[in-house]
Design a protein around this ligand. Structure first.
Ligand SMILES: [Zn+2]
Length: 172
């Protein structure tokens, strides 16, 4: 199902719209929209942090730190560590946390992919209590195993986003 935002099927005068998006759809869509800013040729991840009252507090996507040019730093996945992206790239979750200058205690994080162990540490230390992830394509890898172990120990609730099958189409 594709939702065209300019349409409003089934609208009855005086009634509210019926085809509006849910909170979960809204925040996962915002996370994915942020991911579209990534210059990474292989993996685009987006994150969105939300307060307990469903206010968006911060967003982030995977990219190099401020001042580290996307044109000068390497996007390669193999080679000497300092010649690969892994030495430099800042993950979406970490960027979203660092982009916010306030208190994230009790907040909820939406992210398009299950957090790695490094981001899991930052999520826990920031006080984020809920993680909603879009996919877990690296499930079973040492990094994800470590993330799950830490989330469990720290009492962070983690759940998989349930896709509704809706497709949003935006003209930009
Ligand atoms: Zn990470």
């Amino acid at each position: 199902m594709t939702v065209f935002l300019e349409q409003n099927k089934g609208y009855v005068m005086g009634d509210k719209r019926t085809d509006y998006i849910s909170w979960d759809e809204y925040f996962m869509a915002v996370a994915k929209l942020a991911g579209m800013r990534s210059k990474d040729p292989n993996t685009q991840v987006g994150a969105c942090i939300v307060s307990q009252k469903n206010k968006i507090l911060s967003m982030g996507y995977n990219g190099f730190p401020i001042g580290c040019s996307d044109d000068e730093f390497p996007w390669a996945r193999v080679g000497e560590t300092q010649e690969t992206k892994y030495a430099y790239v800042c993950h979406a979750e970490l960027n979203a946390i660092l982009n916010y200058r306030g208190n994230l205690e009790g907040a909820k994080l939406y992210v398009s992919m299950f957090p790695c162990n490094e981001c899991a540490k930052a999520i826990i230390q920031a006080g984020i209590k809920t993680v909603v992830y879009g996919n877990n394509k690296y499930d079973g890898t040492p990094s994800v195993v470590a993330s799950k172990r830490m989330f469990k120990a720290a009492g962070v609730e983690v759940y998989e986003y349930q896709y509704s099958g809706k497709e949003l189409k935006l003209e930009v």
